[in-house]
Design a protein around this ligand. Structure first.
Ligand SMILES: Nc1nc2c(c(=O)[nH]1)N[C@H]1C(S)=C(S)[C@@H](COP(=O)(O)O)O[C@H]1N2
Ligand SMILES: [Mo]
Length: 204
């Protein structure tokens, strides 16, 4: 499947600008427990081992920032958001996947998950955000860490991330099993699974 061109500062089809920053998620906001928190990289890793960072270690990883647009499948968009945190490429460099990894599952608190093609996960705007506009995320927006993948609809970026699973085949995440499109490219308006074409995702 091809990729759409990124169009910074433009609205994808069917989207409207949102002022302010709504809170959108399923279920309760988890409480952050610093001594029990860890960020795990597991699955098909290059050396077969898992990598685990506690909160102090994760916070010490190289800090990056990106400015990007944010498109929610419920049709609101925010343009030019500044995110700070750990680039997905940094995680992959420090905890490399096996050569045959094609997808990742990003896991969050309460078993929430989202699947991504490795190339979307590694897009140069994809970031494990800890900050927005220089300020730490609030609990309802994903503190301490959320994924942001600006080239896809925002549900592809779990809040309250706890881990990354490297996969050698695709598997659906939480919303992708519940009616949302497996790929979620806003420029192609890939909102719902009934719009999927052969090859867009695993059998439902
Ligand atoms: N853990 C978790 N992350 C999630 C969701 C969720 O239900 N659970 N919803 C997603 C959806 S649909 C959107 S639009 C964005 C919203 O992020 P915000 O609440 O910070 O605006 O979070 C995404 N991340
Ligand atoms: Mo959303």
């Amino acid at each position: 499947m091809g990729q759409s061109e990124r169009r910074e500062g433009e609205l994808p089809p069917g989207q409207r600008i949102q002022r302010g920053w709504p809170v959108t998620h399923y279920g309760p906001v988890p409480r952050f427990k610093p001594d029990r928190w860890e960020f795990r990289v597991f699955g098909a890793t290059a050396d077969g081992d898992k990598t685990c960072w506690n909160h102090e270690e994760f916070s010490a990883l190289p800090y990056a920032s990106v400015v990007a647009d944010f498109h929610c499948v419920t049709k609101f968009s925010m343009l030019g958001i500044e995110w700070g945190g750990v680039a997905t490429s940094t995680v992959v460099k420090l905890a490399p996947p096996a050569e045959d990894v094609t997808h990742v599952m990003v896991w969050a608190e309460y078993g929430f998950s989202s699947n991504l093609r490795i190339e979307d996960f590694l897009d140069d705007q994809s970031i494990f955000a800890t900050h927005r506009g220089g300020e730490a995320l609030t609990a309802e927006h994903g503190f301490p860490v959320r994924l942001v993948v600006p080239r896809l609809y925002a549900w592809k970026g779990p809040k309250w991330v706890r881990g990354v699973e490297y996969m050698t085949a695709d598997r659906r995440g939480f919303w992708e099993e519940r009616g949302y499109h497996n790929l979620g490219d806003p420029w192609r308006e890939q909102r719902y699974s009934y719009q999927e074409e052969p090859g867009d995702g695993p059998e439902l």
